[in-house]
Design a protein around this ligand. Structure first.
Ligand code: SF4
Length: 379
């Protein structure tokens, strides 16, 4: 099984917290469409050797693309993949791009899962994040998708916002539950260099939320969603049974994926590759046969760390057999020591070949991962 990710780097405005690669220059869209179609054609061996199960259009904001533009991209994909046999095709949308017609046309193209960037149901929060939609538009957009034939929808929420009270967060979680969406992704705000919030932080205009309140918000999120029948299948991802994101789950279990578009990442089982985060360089590289990516061959230690890191963020954990492939005597001894310690302390549970973090230790996931992580000095 393998996945295809397409990064659509266009946004109409820049959200204050966002450090994803994007451009607000819509004039570059036609170059992007040409380059994406060409890039799709550059990977015949990937398409012929892999069964593509999932396609994910992320960004940026893929919903700034018109249906005609999307048709060109899907037609280029169809030259290599039988889209009807792809089980999950997700597209990220912004609430104010959603209309009955747009969703109907997406469905006709084969999109069967929508991921909507809601972030908050409070207009004051949305304004402070420089989101371009309001709360009413978000609720309406959810209703439009629900009334269409697309019965698999995720919404994104952000917690740990400096200006959001715990009560407001609780209201956001309750609103999401009332909307009865199949999937919720909730991310804690991280203030990254180069964002408006980073600038605010440096100037003392905002303060990061303290750990105590972060935990209160996460605990409320998790307990409320579990009570409402969602599964906490990854630290930031919750879904109704059988609505896990197949595409993202594949990242976490080390499946192969091909990333297309500027800043997109790929993994072929041995080499990790990432496209340049610049539209002009990407376009010229793809169209003129130049290099528009960097790559690195992963060492055994890289793979070991990666399996631990992504696996332990999921409910299922990691499979010991998948890790053992990368063991030499020293790494094996190191792993056994660290794992025994964590199992004795209750940080890890072993069951039928898998290690996972039990629910009552989820809030110290990062510390447990760090304890198992291999760094050169550890041996
Ligand atoms: S959060 Fe999404 S919509 Fe906002 S700037 Fe970033 S990519 Fe664009």
């Amino acid at each position: 099984m393998a996945g295809v990710y397409i990064h659509v780097p266009f946004c109409y405005t820049r959200c204050s917290y966002c450090d994803f690669y994007k451009t607000t220059d819509q004039a570059l869209k036609s170059n992007f469409i040409s380059a994406i179609c060409k890039e799709i054609s550059l990977h015949p061996s990937f398409f012929s050797s892999q069964k593509i199960e999932t396609i994910y259009l992320g960004g940026g904001t893929p919903s700034v693309l018109t249906i005609d533009e999307l048709k060109i991209v899907f037609s280029a994909l169809q030259n290599h993949i039988d889209l009807k046999s792809v089980t999950e095709i997700t597209m990220e949308v912004n609430p104010d791009d959603v209309s009955e017609n747009y969703i109907y046309d997406l469905q006709a193209l084969g999109v069967n899962r929508i991921s909507m960037g809601v972030q908050s149901f409070f207009d004051a929060h949305l304004r402070k994040m420089n989101r371009r939609h309001n709360s009413r538009q978000a609720s309406r957009a959810v209703e439009i998708v629900q009334a269409s034939g697309i019965s698999n929808m995720s919404i994104d929420l952000i917690y740990g916002l400096p200006f959001m009270t715990n009560d407001e967060w609780k209201e956001n979680v309750q609103t999401a539950i009332q909307l009865d969406v199949q999937h919720v992704s909730a991310y804690h705000l991280t203030i990254e260099k180069g964002t408006v919030y980073y600038d605010y932080l440096k100037k003392g205009k905002i303060k990061e939320v303290d750990e105590e309140n972060s935990l209160i918000q996460y605990d409320y999120l998790k307990s409320s969603l579990l009570n409402a029948g969602y599964e906490a299948y990854e630290i930031s991802n919750f879904s109704k049974p059988s609505y896990h994101s197949k595409h993202n789950s594949a990242y976490w279990t080390g499946e192969l994926y091909l990333g297309l578009g500027p800043s997109a990442h790929s993994f072929d089982g041995k080499v990790r590759r990432w496209n340049v985060s610049d539209m002009e360089t990407y376009y010229k590289g793809v169209m003129n046969g130049g290099t528009y990516w960097k790559d690195e061959k992963l060492t055994s230690f890289d793979r070991y760390n990666e399996i631990i890191m992504v696996g332990l963020r999921t409910e299922k954990g990691f499979e010991k057999a998948k890790l053992e492939v990368y063991f030499d005597d020293d790494l094996k001894a190191y792993f056994n020591t660290q794992v025994e310690k964590q199992v004795a302390e209750g940080g890890l549970v072993y069951h039928q070949g898998w290690y996972f973090i039990p629910d009552d230790k989820r809030f110290v996931t990062d510390a447990i991962i760090a304890d198992l992580f291999f760094v050169e000095d550890d041996i």
